[in-house]
Design a protein around this ligand. Structure first.
Ligand SMILES: *Cc1c(COP(=O)(O)O)cnc(C)c1O
Length: 523
């Protein structure tokens, strides 16, 4: 019982404060002392430490000991994603205040599935969703006055992550496409099979660029569409959808009476290359063919806050739905996604009621959300927006884009490296390709490319294992220039502490590893 009582003595208070201090500073100091990205122990060694499967019958440790164990034995072998040298993924350093906001959310422990366990926090969540909606869709002031606190409508829904936000958007799109007429089967009530046979449809498809995120495949699986029906659209040199190809594909599909087009997905910041699709063009085509247009802006969405680069997402306001991730470029702690809908009635298509909560007519947020119980991420986002302002976020966004461009220029000038996708936003790809592995044609060229793939794969692995810095690796799809289909290194520039000097050091390390590999083996 004592663990549930508020600390009553000055001594108990002091102890709890000390523990918070351990979390805030102990962890930071520790990570700073171990400046690299992660400890050197291998996964097999680490697995050996965590094999006990019985829960101890009696208390084993105090809170202080538990914290100390995490700080001293777990953290060094976790990944220091806040290191400026960790530039391989979309997870990076947090502004320090996020830890406080996250702690507050845990301390309040609101459950925003219903008003009875959240009250004002559910109301505040509607406000935050309206703020993000306005940022993206920029509808009229009157529109927001009407909907910001309207219990009958919803401008969006918080989700656990971008994957579930994409699923939510496609779920809505599926039910929009298959809205039943009177007496006809309903996909939500009767299942997909009943609706498809009733309408003489054989399949539903989703169109997205070859760089589409794999969460769309999961969504297609869950929604009963099948991920084989996610049809990849060709991309150009920059990784953006070729609008003409979309136009032709849509025209063909519209003529096929047995095929339903569930949605076209445009990407605002592809995961692998940060490419942005021609959103305005895609929106026009979708409007012409009455197809749901979803924009996956999980990564790039916050770019609209930048007066300097917001125009790169031109056309996003014409989407029917938009995914934005909080834990990416809104710099929130894991994890927070949002699905926003231009039409505030769209989420009605996935509304569910229950007898004991979420009754018809109530303002419970759980009525229109995929999740049931859910933490109040909106409190964190609202606080962050208050602390940073749009300008503060714009500074972060601009820094990433400017740094990516500078890094791209440095790679272009470097005889040992080749820029394989120039950054549209703040992600770029390149590869190690020293002079001796250039030129050639035909079979010789194919053999040389194969060796370059092996070399870059080994290089990326060795750099990761050395633990000082981390850059990720991928392969580019057809259409993306001469390096299409080849192994490339991928760099994501979101950490404001990652300056160009850091990137130059990473490049120098890669050069050293690359030449060492060349000297040691026959790449
Ligand atoms: C990260 C990402 C997602 C998925 O987001 P999670 O939060 O990892 O589930 C979807 N689409 C794009 C373009 C992304 O970059």
């Amino acid at each position: 019982m004592r663990t549930f009582l508020k600390p009553d003595s000055p001594h108990a208070r002091a102890t709890l404060l000390k523990y918070m201090e351990q979390v805030l500073f102990g962890l930071q100091d520790f990570l700073q002392a171990h400046l690299g990205v992660t400890g050197s122990a291998g996964l097999a060694t680490l697995a050996d430490r965590y094999r006990r499967t019985r829960i101890n019958p009696l208390p084993e440790k105090t809170l202080g000991e538990v914290i100390a164990e995490i700080v001293e034995t777990v953290a060094p072998h976790a990944v220091n994603v806040s290191s400026p040298y960790f530039v391989g993924h979309m997870t990076a350093a947090l502004p320090f205040f996020m830890v406080h906001l996250k702690t507050l959310v845990a301390a309040l422990n609101q459950n925003v599935v219903k008003l009875e366990t959240s009250k004002v926090v559910s109301i505040l969540e509607k406000q935050v969703l309206a703020q993000l909606h306005r940022l993206i869709f920029a509808r009229s002031a009157a529109f927001y006055r009407r909907h910001v606190q309207n219990p009958a409508t919803a401008l969006g829904s918080f989700t656990e992550d971008g994957t579930l936000a994409n699923l939510t958007a496609l779920w809505v799109a599926r039910n929009r496409l298959l809205t039943p007429g009177p007496g006809a089967p309903d996909p939500e009530r009767d299942g997909l099979h009943a609706v498809l046979s009733h309408r003489g449809l054989e399949r539903l498809v989703v169109l997205v660029s070859a760089l589409g995120h794999h969460s769309l495949g999961k969504a297609a699986g869950v929604l009963g569409i099948g991920h084989a029906n996610i049809l990849p659209l060709p991309v150009d040199r920059r990784g953006a959808v070729v609008a003409g190809a979309l136009e032709r594909t849509l025209a063909d599909l519209v003529r096929d009476r047995r095929c339903g087009i569930l949605a076209v997905v445009g990407i605002a910041g592809t995961t692998e290359t940060g490419s942005v699709d021609p959103l305005g063009c895609m929106a026009d085509l979708c409007r012409r063919h009455k197809v749901h247009f979803h924009v996956d802006a999980a990564w790039g969405g916050p770019t609209v806050m930048s007066p300097r680069y917001g125009h790169l997402l031109e056309g996003i306001a014409h989407a029917d739905s938009v995914t934005v991730d909080g834990h990416k470029q809104l710099f929130m702690p894991m994890s927070c996604g949002m699905a926003l809908f231009r039409d505030p009635r769209n989420l009605d298509r996935v509304a569910y009621h229950a007898r004991y909560i979420n009754r018809p007519g109530s303002a419970d947020l759980g009525i229109r959300s995929l999740s049931g119980s859910r933490e109040a991420s909106s409190l964190i986002l609202r606080g962050a927006l208050q602390i940073m302002g749009q300008r503060g976020y714009a500074l972060l966004i601009d820094h990433g884009i400017v740094t990516a461009r500078r890094f791209a220029a440095a790679i272009r000038q470097d005889p040992d490296f080749e820029l394989t996708s120039p950054p549209q936003l703040n992600i770029l790809t390149y590869r190690f390709r020293p002079a001796r592995l250039r030129g050639g044609r035909g079979a010789a060229r194919r053999e040389r490319e194969r060796r370059l793939d092996a070399l870059n794969t080994a290089l990326q692995r060795r750099q990761r294992e050395a633990g000082r810095s981390f850059v990720s690796r991928t392969t580019l799809p057809e259409g993306m220039g001469p390096a299409a289909g080849r192994v490339v290194l991928r760099c994501v520039l979101m950490n404001p502490l990652t300056e160009i000097a850091v990137l130059q050091a990473i490049l120098a390390e890669q050069r050293a590893i690359g030449y060492a590999l060349l000297a040691a083996a026959n790449f």
